[in-house]
Design a protein around this ligand. Structure first.
Ligand SMILES: *Cc1c(COP(=O)(O)O)cnc(C)c1O
Length: 497
């Protein structure tokens, strides 16, 4: 199984291990497997006996055949064990007649990124061994809040690896920032930047593309790579939970094997929903895929008009992990749907003019699989309150964006008796965004995050998740904020430490 650039200006085929070490192709494109493995319904039926780690090993082996299934099982068992996921990797909860929530935030940082970033460091470490790579890997990560913390937790204290995270100084929730600046470990570095997430992501991509810098680092025995969802090693673990959730719904009798399941995903960088789309290409009976955006609704416009245009205002919302105007993984969808040549053309246009426009036929092709939708700030708060007051189900603002789209979709669906089962992807613990959630619930909002967590816990009866307890008691290790232009210097200094 070889991996190729989505632009195929770089025509080299990389092994899976190489793809994970590199993160990105030489031409700036993203790496994709030469084909997507497919499974029959009876294959999926046999998978329903597997534990989560065993399912992960089975599915990952089909993408990464140079990792043995035994190696992958060891890695997945370590990643999804009781230490990190005391309640199991995920939970599927029934919210309403035909509505289910896939809770992906029971890991060490209370957001869905843990599902990928607990496993990826193991894949990465093995890739280094398989490739005989002895240089230190310096993992650069731009984060809108959740990736940074999850990557730091995943990669901390791993020999031969360093990790540096850049987050927008005013673009995360207080809890998200506190989680990052108090990070423990001897191979970690964290900076706030004066800018938004797109500035951070652009800064990191610029460092990756700088050949002179790569040479300087090489002489020091260091190479740069990425733990963002541009890295295929981030994406492939995300396939597993869609398959597992589907099989769980079959086991619970919510759907029959082969029934179509619609999936609504709160979307930022388009990684999570792309993983859902890939499971559909693998043969899982997935129905509509709903790409749910917040007020930064560039993807809604794209799926409605075929025009992707990032020349627009950037909004800071209460769902900060989705405050993104350049959704990197959309490139992978373009590649799968339209091929490398078109992808290269559109990406060049995006780089040069900030926009590209699909043809009518191309748009129709994407619309045959995806619906776009978006939710305003007020609607986000309303649905948090409605969902809690009417269904007794507490959600965070990101999940709320998806829940809002799912409820709307169900209202427009035909007779209640033919309501198709819908899975809403729940991406973060409500305790990660306590101030917004309390406000949405119409509760008084205390001054500090710690008091707010206690208030939310008292009001709802839900315990504060362990990883978020006592966050304010921890030592702040990384207080610095830098200009985007100074990212090079901070990176070089960290590389030499
Ligand atoms: C990262 C994140 C998202 C967006 O996921 P993408 O894969 O970037 O589309 C949504 N919700 C939360 C809580 C996140 O952390």
């Amino acid at each position: 199984m070889k991996y190729y650039s989505t632009r195929q200006i770089d025509t080299k085929g990389y092994s899976g291990a190489e793809a994970i070490l590199r993160g990105i192709a030489a031409d700036g494109g993203l790496l994709m497997p030469e084909r997507i493995p497919t499974f029959s319904l009876s294959d999926f039926a046999t998978f329903s006996q597997l534990s989560y780690p065993a399912l992960a090993a089975r599915l990952l082996h089909s993408f990464l055949p140079e990792y043995t299934e035994q190696e992958l099982l060891e890695d997945a068992s370590a990643a999804y064990g009781e230490m990190s996921f005391p309640r199991g990797a995920l939970e599927v909860k029934r919210v309403d007649r035909a509505l289910y929530a896939l809770e992906l935030w029971h890991g060490p940082t209370c957001a869905f990124k843990d599902l990928a970033l607990q496993l990826m460091p193991h894949l990465f470490k093995r890739a280094k061994e398989k490739m005989g790579e002895e240089r230190t890997a310096l993992i650069l990560t731009a984060t809108s809040g959740d990736t940074g913390k999850a990557a730091l937790e995943g990669f901390k204290n791993i020999p031969g690896i360093k990790i540096q995270v850049f987050y927008p100084q005013d673009g995360t929730s207080l809890t998200q920032r506190l989680q990052m600046v108090t990070q423990e470990g001897d191979n970690v570095s964290v900076y706030g930047i004066n800018g938004n997430f797109d500035d951070a992501q652009r800064g990191v991509k610029r460092l990756f593309g700088d050949e002179h810098l790569a040479e300087v680092l090489n002489e020091k025995g260091v190479f740069l790579t990425s733990a963002n969802s541009i890295n295929f090693g981030r994406l492939v673990p995300q396939i597993v939970y869609y398959v597992y959730a589907y099989l769980t719904l079959v086991k619970n009798g919510a759907i029959g094997m082969g029934d179509k399941l619609d999936i609504v995903v709160p979307t930022g960088n388009f990684g999570n929903i792309l993983a859902a789309y890939m499971t559909k290409r693998m043969g899982l009976p997935v129905g509509r895929l709903v790409c749910a955006s917040n007020q930064n609704n560039i993807l809604y416009d794209f799926f409605s008009t075929g025009i992707y245009d990032r020349n627009r205002p950037f909004y800071t919302t209460i769902s900060p992990s989705m405050d993104i105007l350049v959704s990197s993984n959309l490139e992978r969808l373009l590649y799968l749907a339209l091929g490398a040549q078109k992808t290269a053309q559109y990406m060049q246009s995006l780089a040069q003019t900030g926009r590209f426009a699909l043809s009518y036929d191309e748009l129709a092709l994407l619309q045959s699989e995806f619906d776009g939708d978006w939710t305003s700030e007020d609607e986000t708060k309303d649905i948090i309150r409605l969902c809690y007051d009417q269904k007794g189900y507490l959600i965070d603002p990101h999940t709320a964006v998806a829940m809002h789209s799912a409820c709307k979709k169900q209202i427009y669906d035909a007779k209640p008796s033919d309501l198709r089962r819908t899975l809403v992807v729940s991406t973060a613990s409500p305790f990660k965004f306590t101030l917004s959630v309390l406000q949405a619930l119409g509760q008084e909002v205390p001054q500090t995050e710690a008091e707010a967590m206690k208030a939310l816990s008292a009001y709802t009866g839900h315990p504060i998740p362990c990883p978020l307890l006592d966050l304010d008691q921890k030592e702040v290790r990384f207080a610095a904020c830098i200009a985007v232009e100074d990212m090079d210097e901070s990176m070089l200094r960290f590389a030499e430490e």
